[in-house]
Write a protein that binds this ligand. Sequence first.
Ligand SMILES: NC(=O)c1ccc[n+]([C@@H]2O[C@H](COP(=O)([O-])OP(=O)(O)OC[C@H]3O[C@@H](n4cnc5c(N)ncnc54)[C@H](O)[C@@H]3O)[C@@H](O)[C@H]2O)c1
Length: 345
Amino acid sequence: MEKVRVGIIGIGIGRVHLAAYKKHPKAEVLALCDLREEETRELAEEYGVPYVFTDYEKMLEIEELDAVSVCTPNYLHMPMTVAALEAGKHVLCEKPPARNVREVEKMMEAVKRTGKKYMTALVQRFSAEGSYLRRMAEDGFFGEIYSAVALWRRRKGIPGMGGWFTQKSKAGGGPVIDIGVHILDLLLYIMGYPKAVSVSAETYAKFGPFGEGAGEWGIAEPGGKFDVEDFANALIRLENGATILLQTSWASHVPEEKLGASIQGTKAGVEWPPLRLFTDINRRPADIVPYLPPTDAFYAEISHFIECILEDKEPIPNIEQAIAIQTILDAIYKSAEKHKEVKIG
Ligand SMILES: NC(=O)c1ccc[n+]([C@@H]2O[C@H](COP(=O)([O-])OP(=O)(O)OC[C@H]3O[C@@H](n4cnc5c(N)ncnc54)[C@H](O)[C@@H]3O)[C@@H](O)[C@H]2O)c1
């Protein structure tokens, strides 16, 4: 196989996948699929994509298709991933893996049954900071990492108010499952993915239920339901004794949007943004400011997926890690519901 022939389902974030595949010399986008037929046709014309579908099962019948990007609302991740794998396609599926771990287990069964590649699109791993810090941790720069603080907070950034994003039955939850998942996964990746053993969390909904705090992203449905959280705090205990504190919001009285973290290790720490490393040099505290080249994280993510297919490698956010992260997301919601710590495993 010289080129990977791809189909994309969903043209929201799917159009970002499309732009990245189009730039890749070893990828060819054969088909787009979305219920919004006219917009999909226009997009296909703009990017020179030969086939357009509104029914993804019909798209999966194309034999020459090697791989599929699943870029649809969370409740469709499991059925579409399973159907694509069963049709013999490799799958890159958007985050979160699904709405809950039972769905991800069904995806795992399909991965094992078919032997096809599955990768969760956790794009923060491919950001400049993400790949750099993972290498630093692997090289032992931080020593033992025993603590981390993860933040993705928005002031007014509820996506698609009233649409699928804000409905528990379709999304599985609010900012925890939507954006918290990115930074939590990144920290676990940097730390070497230790297993989580317990979670203590609370979630709140102080703006969304009153129609306040809407952002620009997503397709809003005026008058639609809001029954997810818009803010959450969580403490995650890991099997190696390390802890992660997560705070995430779609809407809250905070300064500008912040996506970042800090990590504390025995030899060094790090905080971003802006990226700064903290250590001791000659027994004196010293700050280091690394200069990283600008990175197109989506292109890097898609390149990894293509490389895994062509060179038969295991994708780095694989199905086992999809189970691990989804287990933590489920535990956050369970703990918040019970107002007490919950054990995992
Ligand atoms: N990695 C990231 O940074 C990032 C950013 C945004 C969204 N996402 C994820 O991507 C997924 C999609 O989010 P979005 O923001 O693009 O949502 P969106 O609502 O903007 O787009 C979803 C698209 O899926 C289409 N769709 C719905 N049902 C369909 C069906 N049965 N068949 C074909 N198409 C169908 C819709 O018409 C819509 O165009 C979500 O899981 C979200 O969490 C990831």
